[in-house]
Write a protein that binds this ligand. Structure first.
Ligand SMILES: C[S@@+](CC[C@H](N)C(=O)[O-])C[C@H]1O[C@@H](n2cnc3c(N)ncnc32)[C@H](O)[C@@H]1O
Length: 421
């Protein structure tokens, strides 16, 4: 069913809100203030609490509207529908406004704090129009064995021969490894991971620093990738599993780790022997700089659920002779129930949980351990806002909050919040 609506405001998941006869409709590819014709998703029953739909025609456009730079990810009615870039119809400044409003709204609604959270763009993104930032991409092989993406609301797989959000280095590797030519098992998951070269000389001798994984199994390149991150002038080298977690935007590891270190150092106030926890620590992106760039005799506990990532974190720590870090594999909440005495009273806690957030139990465990400083890195502002309410109830104050646009063209945003008590 098609109908005309006036778009009111931003909602979640890259959608906006409109109303039809008092009923909420979540609309894809819309912008506040616009008058648009939408196609409602079927089924839309009288008893539904809300409906969803997508813009098919823009009658009165917003100033923030642009032609999609990647039409395949745009609206279905314009031949798009493959997902992966739900703000592709929004100008780059408009994307920052969208994210700033949604983060502030969530912090207000669920965290009960009134803060403006401007969003900071990553270096290079303006020049590349919000494209060419992903160091990791995933696709599915279609019936002909070619890389493809599924068109929303259908079983149709659209073959693709490029990925505009991928870095130029990744696209070069894909070309060289003839990934776009196909030859994969239909239905297979194809994942490419290509570290961003930070050092041109090293890059030339590191032609195998990439991975093509098919259904999680290495098909070409290396299982163990070399990532390099420079933080406040110090170079850190990381071994990372090609299947494991690593920040996707080519600039995110630098921007996030630098900000985290600066926040922690700003709060430790010259403490030369602090105890620091790094929770949800992955391969040690924050652990290594926290262990070396804070106090002279910093002692640390890091906790990560993925065993392979912990093995790599331990390898990364050994390579830097960092013996004062107890890098543990396990669930964060369970591990925090049995922390060795010398690490049990942290001065600062850094946590970077998955999308669902740390949840109330972990926030309370952090508070009970007596941490004065908490640095929370969040990929979902809704979870951050919920956990903010718990931390505030535990006596913390939100002292600083910044957000980073490490997912251009999508509604996703990374927020870093500093709490003190
Ligand atoms: C957003 S990533 C952050 C990793 C790391 N800080 C980084 O930036 O590279 C979240 C990590 O939490 C881990 N994780 C998820 N749930 C967990 C849990 N309940 N206990 C421990 N680790 C968990 C995941 O395996 C993942 O590595």
């Amino acid at each position: 069913m098609r109908t005309e609506v006036r778009i009111e405001r931003y909602a979640d998941q890259g959608r906006c809100v409109a109303h039809i006869d008092g009923r909420v409709v979540f609309v894809r590819f819309a912008l506040p203030g616009e008058l648009v014709r939408i196609e409602l998703d079927e089924p839309c029953d009288r008893d539904d609490r809300f409906w969803t739909g997508e813009v098919v025609e823009v009658l009165e456009p917003s100033d923030d509207r642009v032609e999609p730079a990647w039409p395949l990810a745009g609206p279905l009615s314009q031949g798009g529908g493959v997902g992966g870039a739900d703000l592709v119809h929004v100008s780059l400044p408009g994307q920052l406004t969208w994210k700033a409003v949604t983060v502030s709204e969530q912090m207000n609604r669920l965290g009960h704090v009134d803060v403006a959270v401007p969003i900071e763009r990553m270096p290079g993104d303006e020049e590349s129009g919000g494209l060419n930032w992903r160091t990791r991409i995933e696709m599915i092989a279609d019936e002909q064995g070619k890389p493809s993406m599924r068109r929303r609301g259908t079983h149709v797989r659209v073959p693709i021969d490029t990925m505009p959000l991928a870095t130029r280095t990744l696209l070069d590797v894909a070309e060289r490894e003839q990934v776009w030519d196909g030859g994969f098992e239909p239905g297979a998951q194809i994942r490419l991971s290509v570290p961003e070269p930070r050092n041109i000389a090293a890059h030339e001798t590191q032609r195998d620093n990439f991975a093509v994984l098919i259904d999680g199994v290495l098909n070409a390149g290396s299982q163990l990738l070399d990532e390099q991150v420079t933080i406040n002038g110090t170079v850190f080298n990381y071994k990372v599993d090609a299947n494991g977690f690593w920040q996707i935007h080519r600039q995110a590891p630098i921007a996030l780790a630098t900000h985290v270190i600066n926040l922690v150092n700003g709060e430790l106030d010259g403490n030369i022997a602090p105890v620091i926890w790094d929770l949800y620590s992955g391969s040690g992106l924050f652990t290594l700089p926290l262990a070396t760039l804070t106090g002279e005799r910093t002692r640390m506990l890091s906790v990560e659920g993925a065993r392979v990532a912990v093995k790599n974190a331990q390898r990364n720590l050994r390579a830097m002779n960092l013996s004062d870090v107890d890098a543990r594999a396990g669930d964060v909440s369970k591990t925090l129930e049995r922390v060795p005495a010398h690490l049990s009273r942290p001065d600062a806690v850094v946590l970077d949980p998955p999308r669902a957030g740390a949840r109330a139990k972990v926030c309370r465990q952090i508070a009970e351990a007596g941490a004065r400083v908490v640095v929370y890195i969040a990929c979902d502002p809704t979870s951050l806002a919920r956990d903010t309410a718990t931390l505030i109830a535990e006596g913390y104050t939100l002292k600083n909050i910044r957000a980073f646009d490490i997912y251009p063209m999508t509604h996703h945003v990374e927020t870093v919040a500093l709490f003190t008590r």
